[in-house]
Write a protein that binds this ligand. Sequence first.
Ligand SMILES: *Cc1c(COP(=O)(O)O)cnc(C)c1O
Length: 393
Amino acid sequence: MKDVLMNTYNRLPVTFVKGEGMYLHDDQGKSYFDAIAGIAVCSLGHAHPAISRAICQQAEQLVHTSNLYGVARQQQLGEQLTALAGMDRVFFSNSGAEANEAAIKLARLHGHKRGIDNPVILVMEESFHGRTMATLTATGNRKVQAGFEPLVQGFARVPYGDLEALRTAAGNLKNIVAVLVEPVQGEGGVNIPPADYLPGIRALCDEHDWLMMLDEIQTGMGRTGTAFAFQQHDLVPDVMTLAKALGNGVPIGACLARGKAAELFAPGNHGSTFGGNPLACAAGLAVVEEMKRENLWQRAAEAGEKLHQALATALHDQEGIREIRSAGLMLGIELDRPCGELVGMALEQGLLINVTADSVVRLLPPLIITDEQIGELTRLLAQLISDFLERVQ
Ligand SMILES: *Cc1c(COP(=O)(O)O)cnc(C)c1O
């Protein structure tokens, strides 16, 4: 095969041609249990009839007009999302990184409005926020940044889950304007902060007039058991970004804002040719409607608990398991050794999983997973992990 595609991915040797709910089928006719859902994107499963119908109907009517004009679907999706989140306004983008770019620009506007010429955004170690220049700078992973220096100015980094480190930064840096943080770190290894972390950040932001900006690109849209992860606490952020599951595979991102943060942008400050076009918003609307109708975040909470318990039981006597962590259907099994090899082993067995942070098996199954499928996934995965741990010392 000619190398026409830029060399940016280590792709697995499989090509899918069809999807159906929890399953994918490859071009050789083999079926796979999908426990990664296109990286937390296809939360309603593959080829969901209601989503496919909404996309087809919209495509037959109107795909794109640009933001020079009113876009009814964008308005409707904006109303749904702001109501669901208890926030005021939304800007639509085409990806997660772009949603975070909007958030970063809001933080800087907020800073300049406060008279701070060189505003700083606090970001976390082990974080992931995207691959554009500003978002890779915000990302706490040297591998993502290496080779792309000079990085963007105006970020300072502290350890994740550590309120004391944030308080120290507040004392040392006078030009902080915002905190950008994931409620649960995804790429960083399914890292769950202490329960007082987000409330503590909220209090610090209120005290210092910083914007609390949550990157819910992976945790949002029901993944962790509530529509948005922050809803498991008694707080609302100033800014929240979404993408991944918002279109169930149709590219769409969103940056929501509340209160004064929602009033920062003025015409000319920001924009996107494609952002929030009728097709993407029709998909987003169908996703929100379906998730509400099926009470899918509730399902994510229950199914996540069941899957966690089932895996804990199945792996109980297995040496080499450090910890199982979960927030709804965002689940990480940390091993005591690098385990990237498990991805290929699972593929051979017809199971799609992911390994992140070298030694964490990450599961992000569609939220429509049934109890029976939880059993199927547990059996397959527990067997694979014990085979792996016996073979690879
Ligand atoms: C995936 C992800 C992003 C980047 O989203 P893209 O659509 O790939 O640009 C940003 N933040 C988090 C937490 C993510 O999981």
